[in-house]
Design a protein around this ligand. Structure first.
Ligand code: MF3
Ligand code: CO
Length: 249
């Protein structure tokens, strides 16, 4: 069942979304050679708390971090640890904030210093896929239109779309219906309606789209060791088109 939110609920989620966006800004600003992922985690946790929120991920099914920090061939769900960033690393940061009982969820991918041509192409394809999907978030469209938009944009650039991980509805809970694959045919699935809020999150690879779990039970890596990118926004369907609740800047 897809829970539709009232206007007031969407406003609360927008406030959570502003904290998410500001946290991502802060983490990207501080991500530099020699900085460890756990330092970024602590920074994010303090910032979220100082803005009246709680980090949604912490304690979720026992997840120990406040954010996910996934470098290079790690696709998602990296527990921030002692790894120190190096020049040229590609890094995905995922942040969820719960504020007044509602969740917003967003992720970015960037590089430490100058990207390689491959990393630059991968990252821009990921954002192109996300923006194409957001543009489909209109009442009367179907969920398959959103999924198909990601796949079309990403594959046109020659990259792989991870199949085994999906986006999701979001609201009082981080994970609500519907599941949102990043691939599939248009014109199928539930009809989008005002009040639905979707966390759309393309996960894409420079090589094969096959992934495997890491030893800690959380991290997900590309099976072939190729680079991966992940970006995500929380998007409300409104009478006036898509409203991105986690937009930065
Ligand atoms: N954006 C991710 C998701 O929607 C964040 C979950 S990380 C977890 O699944 F640690 F909380 F699971
Ligand atoms: Co998410």
């Amino acid at each position: 069942m897809i829970v539709r939110k009232t206007d007031a609920e969407v406003e609360t989620m927008a406030r959570a979304g502003r904290v998410v966006a500001a946290t991502l800004d802060l983490v990207e600003e501080h991500a530099a050679p020699g900085v460890t992922l756990s330092e970024l985690d602590r920074l994010a946790e303090e910032f979220i708390g100082s803005h009246g929120g709680t980090p949604t991920f912490k304690g979720y099914r026992g997840y120990p971090g406040s954010i996910c920090a996934s470098p290079n061939a790690m696709v998602v769900h990296g527990i921030p640890g002692p790894y120190a960033l190096e020049p040229g690393d590609l890094l995905s940061i995922d942040v969820g904030v719960t504020l007044d009982g509602y969740v917003a969820d967003s992720a970015i991918t960037f590089t430490i210093g100058e990207p390689s041509p491959q990393a630059a192409g991968l990252i821009s394809a990921c954002y192109e896929g996300l923006e194409a999907a957001i543009d489909q978030c209109r009442a009367g469209n179907r969920l398959g239109d959103v999924s198909h938009a990601v796949q079309t944009a990403v594959e046109a650039r020659g990259f792989g779309v991870v199949r085994s991980l999906v986006g999701h509805g979001v609201g009082r809970n981080m994970h609500e219906d519907p599941q949102i694959p990043n691939y599939g045919p248009p014109g199928r699935g539930p009809k989008l309606a005002p009040g639905m809020v979707l966390a759309i999150e393309p996960m894409i690879t420079a090589g094969s789209y096959d992934v495997e779990a890491g030893d800690d039970g959380w991290a997900v890596y590309t099976r072939d060791g190729s680079l991966a990118a992940h970006c995500e926004h929380t998007v409300a369907i409104t009478d006036n088109g898509p409203r991105v609740l986690t937009r930065r800047g």
